[in-house]
Design a protein around this ligand. Sequence first.
Ligand SMILES: Nc1ncnc2c1ncn2[C@@H]1O[C@H](COP(=O)(O)OP(=O)(O)OP(=O)(O)O)[C@@H](O)[C@H]1O
Length: 302
Amino acid sequence: MTALITAQNLSKNYGQQLALNNVNFEINQGSPVALVGPNGAGKTTLFSLLCGYILPTSGQLSVMGHKPSSAELFGTLSALPQDAQLDPRFSIAHQLSFYGQLQGLSSAQSKRETARVLELVGLGDVAKQRSEDLSHGMRKRVTIAQALIGEPRIVMLDEATAGLDPIHAREVRELVSSLSDKATFILSSHDLTELERLCSQVLHLDKGILTQHQTRTQSEEDKYYVTLQLARLYDDVEQKLNSLINVNHAYMSQSKEYVIEYTPSVEPFDIMLLQFCYQQGWQYRQLVNGHTLENQIFHKEE
Ligand SMILES: Nc1ncnc2c1ncn2[C@@H]1O[C@H](COP(=O)(O)OP(=O)(O)OP(=O)(O)O)[C@@H](O)[C@H]1O
């Protein structure tokens, strides 16, 4: 499969400030991709490079085989900035049609396109309303509809759920998931856990350095690991886990959370472990096969 986006030895300096440091990655068409990292990690810089707003200091970036700012990519990639606002003076339909016309659609085409994208985000009935009549979550969905005008193949959403309450944030995630067959979404966020289930690939940036991680598919080397989260702190958990016959090594990865490497046997290890928790009187919160993504990224210990 040809990659949709390829970055090779990509670096970006702002004067003395190194924002991206020799970054390499590939993004294929399909499931959403998460771009995660703390403030100042380089996420916006990477988005800006992909959009062709700025040029790399060194290295190559290719979007569908073209340089980001090239004319061939017009209309195939869209980006929604974190602080995208709707104009309170105009109806939703009026604004979206205007964006359609900016993309080169005729008035009639842009009206049809507006109806299509509003339908896609489940807001076909708000076309005549103004943004102030809509909830926060609905406004966000309208801006996502705006990003879908012209059927781009890549849609980049910067902090799509920032400032939304948990219910609206979940709605946006579900919307992105349901639209994943229409475009490849790249979502940036500070919050890894919110994107872990939605995205199949995570690009983790920190101080301009990138690491790539696959979610969902469990790698071979992760096969005989489980991550156990207990509901509370108990005494000597690590020691007791290490005394179990099938356990090769258990360590506390963070408060109340333990990563356990085991040797498989006839009895499924997870059942045995839960029975052990029950015998010890330990209440558990969750048991995950393999390392959690958070552990893969932040707790590469031992
Ligand atoms: N125009 C600029 N001039 C100088 N330095 C900049 C510029 N833009 C970004 N930087 C610096 O580059 C680094 C990466 O910034 P960037 O905005 O890409 O990070 P980010 O991950 O998007 O952060 P946030 O989550 O806070 O938006 C930071 O150290 C930032 O201060």
